[in-house]
Design a protein around this ligand. Structure first.
Ligand code: NAD
Ligand code: ZN
Length: 277
């Protein structure tokens, strides 16, 4: 743990501003206490969690959209109009090698991912809903994970919904087809305009309904429906912990805010819960 304070802890919104504290460990101590008493804690993670694995975020300083502008929002329409053409273009693009694809393909879990997996093993975290497509929660050892925006390493059948690892399917003929039903396969990543797969969405709503504590980690919380889950949980009166070095759209409803990189704050939470700090 760094000795210099890197975060601000802001206490439950029901308290007045004079109760706000800026000591670093206070926010973490409060967050650890909430986790210790929660029976069903759920985390929503975003691109910021993987930033310390070298994968750029979309928004915020250094984000790829901030640097290069937002992409066109008709990905889903383009895929539906010409799946074979979409696959050809995607394979050519990957062969040339985009900065983002290269970063994801070479990334390994960081201390934040590993700490979340440890919290699950310790029985303090019931489920992770991730907006990330990078597979790093699974690589870190987390088991209860829902990838609401899909997984870059997988393909999904547009007909029956079956998912497969990309390297398991033949790309000799495009578009590739489903070994189960012959339907068209697309990459599992949810495109702009594409409906979120039913199975993932149902799990997210179930988890949000069951949560008695919600953690929002490394997400700017502007992408819906993901951003609606913490709001749902808060509306039921359950506490919300935000871990993010910068303020977000949800900061004003958070019960505890830890202004720190996830790779610092999450291992510190594990240490507190183990009684090592
Ligand atoms: P975002 O890019 O909109 O916001 C990133 C957030 O992370 C910001 O609030 C930023 O302050 C915060 N952040 C930066 N560094 C951090 C750190 N070390 N620890 C904690 N927080 C940190 O990301 P989003 O909200 O997840 O939404 C973008 C969409 O883009 C998502 O739907 C996701 O599917 C996709 N995306 C995925 C990846 C990935 O798979 N790794 C990467 C980029 C974008
Ligand atoms: Zn199928």
């Amino acid at each position: 743990m760094p000795s210099a304070p890197m975060w601000t802890a802001i206490y439950p919104w029901s308290r007045t501003l004079s109760d706000t504290t800026t000591t670093p460990d206070a926010g973490l101590t409060e967050a650890a206490a909430l986790l210790r008493h929660a029976r069903h804690a759920v985390a929503l993670t975003g691109a910021g969690l993987s930033a310390e694995s070298g994968i750029p975020t979309y928004r915020g300083s250094g984000g790829i959209w901030t640097r290069f502008g937002e992409p066109t929002i008709d990905g889903w329409d383009l895929f539906c109009a010409d799946p074979a053409g979409w696959w050809r273009a995607a394979l050519e693009h990957n062969a040339v090698g985009s900065e983002f694809a290269a970063a994801i393909d070479s990334a390994v879990p960081n201390s934040g991912h590993l700490a979340l997996a440890e919290l699950e093993r310790m029985g303090h975290l019931a489920h992770v809903i991730t907006q990330n497509i990078d597979n790093l929660h699974e690589d870190a050892g987390s088991r209860a994970v829902t990838e609401i925006h899909g997984n870059r390493r997988r393909v999904r059948c547009m007909n029956c919904g079956t998912r497969d690892r990309l390297e398991m399917i033949s790309l000799d003929h495009l578009p590739p087809t489903c070994p189960e039903c012959g339907g068209v396969l697309k990459n599992d990543t949810v495109m702009f305009g594409e409906p979120i797969p039913d199975d993932a969405l149902r799990t997210c709503y179930r988890q949000a309904a069951a949560a008695d504590l919600f953690l929002v980690i490394g997400t700017s919380a502007v992408v819906y429906p993901a951003a609606s889950f913490p709001i749902m949980v808060r509306e039921r009166g359950m506490p919300l912990i935000e871990i993010n070095p910068e303020p977000t759209e949800l900061s004003h409803i958070a019960s505890v805010i830890v202004r720190a990189p996830a790779g610092v704050a999450l291992p510190a939470l594990v240490e507190l819960l183990r009684g090592e700090r």
